[in-house]
Write a protein that binds this ligand. Structure first.
Ligand code: HEM
Length: 435
């Protein structure tokens, strides 16, 4: 059903929690309905865009499809929590992901400069060191819960290192990061939300203090870059204001932690589910990058995000009214057979592997994609070098592995793994000795 007039009462039941937990059967069932599917969302006219070309068209048209969260579904909104963040911290900060041009263009230029290639490339060694130390903690035991013991810890530690958070504050940083991300993915009671807000306020004070200190004593880290960054909002380059500095840090934490942890876990599940793929990569470790790309296509860690229609428009044959809500589904677009042959098949030899939309596309495409790709490739490389015969723990099958998340984020609740430790290869031993 694709008629805008009929959408409000009787669209497809996409927003049902069971569907959101595993949206792939829904995408498959509605593929024949065309690239735009009307979705049941009470009185709100709502669509899900599932076709690859149509998703790209939405992303390329911010003048029609706004990223501002006007009337979008939000969980955990409590006025008392908003008030507490203002009282104890610095209140809500501007997030690039929810901006439209020209403001977005200015903020995007600053973010792109901060995450420039040189800074990201410098992280490669650090990512490897963090990965080594995490694997060392569970390698000898022959088992781990991968989501908790590796994926979350690696993604938080890498963002902490990127910002330049001192090692002795890492435990606090992890606690604060969790408090930022938890309300985005889990429904919370008001009391739980207020607890998270208390920690978010602590984080804001910590970041403001660190940025202030970097103004007079800069280091080689992102917090120092943020302390000295400028933005051109139409009146020439001006220093970033405090809430803009905080907004950048918070956006990196929100965008960087959850999505990377989810992508790492989903990729690891693929290595377990398709042992023949793991064996091929072990025979030629250069394949880890192709494997990472195909994992991002096959099951997207960021499934979709919403846009709001700014003016009445005709889009791929569907009449949309101003104010309608549009979910752009990267997960569904990545399984569009018009773009990806045999899309349900996991194939690391696909041509044009990077054409997937796992990192979004258009003006809001992932600003941290280069860093995320490094984290994925370094992780799979080291995990396969250190752990043999990676499999699920006894009693578990692939179909027991539950998903978490909602409309936007998508990951695994847990991934209990078993393996045998592998010794360092001779070439690695000599490389380590030479360091
Ligand atoms: C595998 C891991 C990751 C995935 C799958 C992912 C995915 C995405 C997607 C789909 C978007 C587009 C959102 C939209 O259009 O509404 C996005 C935006 C963004 N991502 Fe990522 N991301 C990942 C890792 C990271 C990391 C590590 C960082 C930062 C260090 C980061 C920073 C950002 C930022 C700042 C934006 C907003 C860009 C803008 O609005 O212009 N992401 N990401």
């Amino acid at each position: 059903m694709t008629s805008g007039d009929m959408a409000s009462e009787s669209g497809a039941p996409f927003l049902d929690p069971t569907t959101l937990a595993d949206p792939y059967p829904f995408y498959a069932a509605h593929r024949g309905d065309g690239p735009v599917v009307a979705v049941n969302n009470g009185a709100r006219e709502t669509y899900l865009v599932t076709g690859y070309a149509a998703v790209r068209d939405v992303l390329a048209s911010p003048e029609i499809f706004s990223s501002k969260p006007e009337g979008a579904p939000s969980i955990n909104f409590y006025p008392s929590a908003e008030a507490l963040l203002k009282e104890k911290g610095f209140g809500r900060t501007p997030l690039i992901i929810a901006m439209d041009p020209p403001r977005h263009t200015a903020h995007r230029a600053v973010t792109a400069k901060l995450l420039r290639d040189k800074r990201v490339h410098k992280m490669r060694g650090e990512i490897r060191r963090v990965a080594e130390s995490l694997i060392a903690e569970f390698q000898a035991a022959g088992r781990c819960e991968f989501v908790r013991d590796y994926a979350w810890r690696l993604s938080v530690l890498v963002i902490a290192d990127l910002l330049g958070v001192d090692r002795d504050r890492i435990d606090d940083f992890k606690r604060w990061s969790d408090a930022w991300v938890r309300p985005l993915i889990t429904p919370l009671t008001e009391a739980e939300m207020l607890d998270c807000i208390g920690q978010m306020a602590e984080l804001q004070h910590f970041l403001v203090g660190e940025i202030e200190a970097r103004k007079t004593a800069p280091r080689d880290d992102l917090l120092s870059d943020i302390a000295h960054a400028t933005i051109d909002l139409g009146a020439g380059e001006m220093p970033l204001r405090q809430h803009e500095q905080l907004g950048i840090c918070e956006a990196l934490m929100i965008a960087g932690n959850d999505s990377t942890a989810n992508a790492l876990s989903l990729g690891m599940l693929r290595l377990v589910e398709f042992p023949e793929v793991a064996a091929r990569i072990r025979g030629d470790m250069k394949l880890v990058e192709q494997f990472a790309e195909e994992s991002l296509r096959y099951e997207a860690a960021v499934q979709s995000n919403f846009r709001t229609v700014k003016e009445d428009t005709e889009f791929h044959g569907v009449a949309m009214k101003k104010g309608a809500l549009v979910f752009v589904s990267w997960g569904a677009a990545n399984r569009d057979a018009d773009t990806f042959a045999n899309p349900e098949h996991f194939d690391i030899n696909r041509t044009a592997l990077k054409t997937h939309l796992g990192f979004g596309g258009g003006t809001h495409s992932c600003a941290g994609a280069a860093l995320a790709r490094q984290e994925l490739a370094e992780s799979y490389d080291l995990l396969l070098r250190r752990l043999a015969n990676i499999r699920l723990q006894p009693g578990w099958t692939v179909s027991d592995i539950k998903r978490t998340g909602g409309i936007v984020t998508h990951g695994l609740a847990m991934l209990p793994l078993q393996f045998e430790p592998l010794a360092l290869a001779a070439d690695e031993q000599s490389a380590n000795a030479a360091e």
